[in-house]
Design a protein around this ligand. Structure first.
Ligand code: C2E
Ligand code: CA
Ligand code: CA
Ligand code: CA
Length: 283
């Protein structure tokens, strides 16, 4: 802000500098933040589109930064990926949310199996401890593997060779569900799907968004219809994310999607919230 003339290039530079400094500062602060327990998890319910009952919850990490307040994962997950801190951070998220899921299960033993969905970064996929860490976390919490769903983005698996798929296959053999997150955003080689040890497709929010239009985008409707029929013929479930209105939910139910997630049902929130929804038996 040294030139009163307000040279916009200088301003843009200053903003870029500020962003870079913040990024740099945030990156440096990550390890201590993990040690000090500044991360916490919000849970968002996954609901059966058929009857509105709770299928499970997705764990979404946040950082309660002492100066900047609560930061969303888009602000720091890429930084953690870059430095490798995502491995211990991801392990913490897994451990914490599996423990939480076991706690819900114990208090709602009549409610059927409750699933916990945890996001995995590409770097975690490459980490040799993935399978043993996961087994250990499940055993320690006493949660059955079939209650866990690991979400991997489609882009992380594009061009994946057998070495990368082996740990996921081992987990799938144990009964852990693998979901393909943000499905439909990468250039999906649909034939490739058969090769992947996935059991669920999570349709990207962009499809849900186009259901909002009146009338809904005809091409997107056809695409979703096609994905659902392909998924079901391969014995895969379809979850839709970003459902914000009842009209979207109705449309997606009509199209045959199985489970849904979005603000229409509930925003991500504290674990108590899931507890309350389970008590109510539906969202
Ligand atoms: P994602 O896995 O695609 O998660 C869904 C995102 O959509 C979440 O954003 C969620 O809060 C948001 N969302 C849910 N319902 C709605 C809705 O109805 N409308 C709209 N507009 N948004 C909705 P969030 O929590 O900011 O997370 C962003 C991304 O950060 C996630 O996208 C995921 O890729 C990543 N992430 C979150 N937690 C973790 C984690 O523990 N580990 C890793 N590796 N990545 C994580
Ligand atoms: Ca996800
Ligand atoms: Ca997603
Ligand atoms: Ca996403």
């Amino acid at each position: 802000a040294k030139s009163a003339g307000g040279n916009r290039f200088e301003t843009a530079d200053a903003e870029a500098d500020a962003r870079a400094i913040t990024r740099h500062g945030l990156t440096n602060a990550l390890p201590a933040a993990l040690e000090r327990g500044e991360f916490f998890i919000e849970y968002q319910p996954l609901v059966h589109l058929g009857d509105g009952s709770v299928h499970g919850a997705e764990a979404l990490v946040r950082w309660c930064h002492p100066q900047h307040g609560v930061l969303g994962p888009d602000r720091f997950i890429p930084l953690a990926e870059h430095t490798g801190l995502i491995v211990p951070l991801g392990r913490w998220v897994l451990e914490e949310s599996v423990r939480q899921a076991r706690f819900w299960q114990k208090r709602h033993s009549d409610g059927g199996p409750l699933h916990i969905n945890v996001n995995l970064s590409p770097m975690q996929l490459h980490h040799p401890g993935l399978v043993s860490d996961t087994v250990e976390v499940l055993e320690r919490a006493g949660l059955e593997p079939s209650a866990l769903c690991l979400e991997v983005t489609e882009s992380a698996l594009i061009g994946a060779d057998d070495d990368l798929l082996k740990p996921l296959r081992r987990l799938a053999e144990m009964g852990v569900d693998i979901a393909l997150d943000d499905f439909g955003t990468g250039y999906s080689n649909l034939a490739n799907l058969r090769r992947l040890p996935v059991s669920v497709l999570k349709l990207d929010r962009s499809f849900t968004r186009s259901m909002q239009q009146r009338p809904a985008d005809a091409v997107d409707l056809k695409i979703v219809e096609g994905i659902v029929s392909l998924a079901h013929s391969l014995d895969l479930g379809v979850t839709v994310e970003g459902v914000e209105t009842g009209a979207q939910a109705a449309q997606l139910r009509e199209l045959g999607c199985d489970t849904a997630q979005g603000w229409y049902y509930a925003r991500p929130g504290a674990p108590d919230r899931i507890h309350t929804l389970l008590l109510a038996d539906a969202v």
